[in-house]
Design a protein around this ligand. Structure first.
Ligand code: HGY
Ligand code: MN
Ligand code: MN
Length: 419
């Protein structure tokens, strides 16, 4: 393994131990599932806030449920360097996706604090309340609110149990009527840095521990509902059926075929629900989701337009009712070149070979780009596996990531660095 330092810092050991501990904070026994505005979210906030306070940070939970720790700088009025990622997870998740970026931020502030070191600017660490967009049909709730770009209409969106974002937030102790208080004033943020596992195979394949993200591909999420006619599986002749699941299956294969046809395009049908869901009943309704991504917004837009048209065509040919809702569109995001250079300088200073790569996964850094320069540091993950309990990373790579992140903060403190 290249770049492994001779000695592993205690900070890295603490980081890995805390990731294990936080990875056990879940709604479900035996698997990691931590959705926004749940008891598990509250428990995670309390655990991480304790670690932030021990690192000399003042902590607060904002009106939309983001946890934020602040480590004062020599000039409290200087624009903040914000470090962080998300505290929510997918269902049956790995313990590093999101949590790594939060706890790496806590760890480097702890190093500053333990050394009595103050930077010229305040450092804040944020644990965003919702990035995955699993519970509600929307994503980046916390980061968009911080940017002041959150559409208040999302407060009306319901989860699978019909509980709206606003109602869940209020029951959680947040304040849907005070979202304006969450937004950082223009010019108050100097940079946003996010450390994240790569969630892909590139760094491992090239035996690189870390990578600098050049750009994050754009993404579209759609929800399709097909309505046919439930009927007796034994008595309705095949030619008389309006089978919603058969239509959904044709759509899923269409998504695979269309997105396989272009080199820089991926498409996924991640969720399929069938009603009534009985073995001897022809499915009357099918609900499926589409996730379409590309580094090119033009390629993604063309693919989505073609797929929507084809989906309506399939439904019409099968006599199915069809609605297609576009739930989320996030343009591709180029990470700030100057911050990329700071990360590269920090990697070289720590003896880590510099590697640049794009991100296939979406991240809060995409949303944060609306109000400040952003950059991401990727950490190698075993087999590129993520969104899976088998997700893994190593102690030496954690150590290198902390060294590079701390070095980058100190580089930003130098008079000439102006990202
Ligand atoms: O879906 C994504 O790309 C991210 O993991 N939320
Ligand atoms: Mn994720
Ligand atoms: Mn993530």
């Amino acid at each position: 393994m290249t770049g492994s330092p001779p000695d592993i810092s205690s900070d890295a050991r603490t980081l890995m131990a805390r990731l294990d501990e936080l990875g056990r904070v879940s709604t479900d026994p035996g698997r990691l599932n931590r959705q926004p505005y749940t008891a598990a979210h509250r428990q995670a906030i309390e655990l991480v806030a304790g670690w932030m306070q021990a690192a000399g940070m003042a902590t607060r939970v904002d009106a939309i449920g983001n946890l934020i720790g602040r480590y004062e700088g020599e000039d409290p009025a200087a624009p903040v360097v914000l470090i962080g990622s998300h505290l929510d997870t997918v269902v049956d998740a790995g313990r590093y996706d999101g949590a790594l970026g939060v706890l790496a931020g806590v760890q480097v502030v702890a190093a500053l604090h333990d050394g009595g070191e103050r930077l010229p600017f305040p450092v804040e660490v944020v644990a965003f309340c919702d990035e995955e967009g699993v519970r509600f049909p929307t994503t980046f709730l916390g980061s968009k609110a911080i940017c002041g770009t959150l559409d208040p209409g999302v407060l009306e969106l319901p989860d699978g149990a019909g509980v709206t974002v606003g109602a869940a937030l209020r029951a959680f102790g947040g304040d849907p009527d005070a979202l304006a208080s969450v937004a950082y004033p223009p010019g108050s943020l100097r940079a946003f840095l996010e450390v994240h596992i790569e969630q892909g195979p590139v760094l491992e394949a090239e035996d690189r521990p870390l990578g600098i993200v050049t750009a994050i591909q754009g993404q579209s999420r759609l929800a399709v509902v097909l309505d046919g006619m439930a009927g007796h599986a034994g008595t309705v002749p095949m030619g008389h059926r309006r089978d919603a699941l058969a239509g959904a299956a044709e759509i899923a294969l269409l998504v695979e075929r269309r997105c396989s046809a272009a080199p820089d395009l991926v498409g996924t049908v991640g969720r399929l629900e069938v009603l009534p869901g009985a073995v001897n009943v022809i499915p009357g309704r099918a609900m499926l989701t589409l996730d379409i991504r590309s580094p090119s917004d033009l390629v993604r837009g063309q693919a989505v337009a073609e797929l929507v048209q084809a989906i309506h065509g399939i439904a019409a040919a099968r006599g199915l009712g069809c609605t297609v809702a576009r739930e989320h569109d996030q343009p591709a995001n180029v990470c700030a070149p100057r911050l990329q250079r700071v990360l590269a300088q920090a990697m070289r200073a720590e003896g880590v070979p510099v590697k640049y790569l794009p991100s296939g996964a979406g991240h809060d850094a995409m949303a944060m780009a609306a109000i400040c320069p952003t950059a991401m540091l990727f950490v190698r993950c075993g087999g590129g596996i993520s969104h899976n309990p088998l997700e893994s990373m190593t102690l030496p790579d954690a150590d290198l990531a902390l060294r590079v992140l701390l070095r980058a903060l100190r580089l930003l403190a130098l008079p000439k660095a102006k990202p």
